[in-house]
Design a protein around this ligand. Structure first.
Ligand code: SAM
Length: 205
């Protein structure tokens, strides 16, 4: 398991440049106005750090300890002070109403219980605080792509650290009952990908 987690972290880091290419412009837009005390769940290799304003106080959590070295290296390159902790989104070790913003990119597909994770996100957000997200979601029901997502799910979960390609995350986020919510669907040009479509957006507690 340790070796798997180490290899997964290494593999994810190799994809950082590709991620910047496909999500970079959207992250610039989504993160530009972040301020104050910000929590990123499932921070991975810290791929979002370059897009997050420098005056933000950033705390990242990730249950995979092998991600943390990559995050710390990125912070050093960017010359910024950050805080990295081991943790999972369903059990956040922070007080209620603590953060101005919570970020999630490509994480809610992997957490065992997305509804519990969203409850925790809302709990740690201050009233009026913002949840910002980019996630891949299930293809529409009845499509060929949705059928393929269902078929590959067992194998995909094994190779991609628990990621479910057919999770209807838009619905889960809607059910979390943010006071305001904006969800924008998008796709990017990937020649062969079963991990689409995507959504990005924000919700206010
Ligand atoms: C596909 S990676 C995405 C990483 C990063 N957010 C990005 O955009 O590249 C999914 C991340 O979620 C983390 N993760 C898995 N289960 C989690 C949980 N229950 N709570 C928080 N993070 C989790 C994994 O360790 C991994 O770093």
């Amino acid at each position: 398991m340790k070796l798997y987690k180490r290899l997964f972290a290494k593999g994810l880091a190799k994809g950082d440049t590709y991620q910047d290419r496909v999500y970079g412009e959207r992250k610039e837009r989504l993160f530009a106005k972040l301020q104050g005390n910000v929590l990123e769940i499932g921070a991975g290799t810290g791929v979002n750090l370059p897009f997050i304003p420098k005056d933000v106080h950033w705390t990242g959590i990730d249950p995979n300890p092998f991600m943390h070295r990559f995050i710390l290296d990125k912070a050093e390159q960017l010359n910024r002070q950050i805080d990295v902790q081991l943790g999972d989104t369903e059990h956040l070790g922070f007080k209620d109403n603590h953060f101005d913003c919570v970020i999630s990119t490509l994480v809610l597909c992997s957490v065992p219980d997305p509804d519990k994770a969203l409850l925790e996100i809302k709990r740690v957000l201050k009233p009026g605080g913002q949840f910002v997200f980019i996630e891949h979601v299930a293809a529409p029901k009845g499509t060929f792509l949705r059928g393929m997502q269902k078929t590959i799910k067992p194998a995909w979960k094994l190779v991609a650290d628990g990621c479910r390609p057919d999770r209807e995350l838009g619905r889960h986020i809607e059910q979390a009952a943010f006071s305001e919510l904006q969800i924008e669907p998008f796709n990017y040009d990937a020649p062969v990908s079963l991990i689409k479509p995507h959504i990005m957006g924000w919700g206010i507690k």
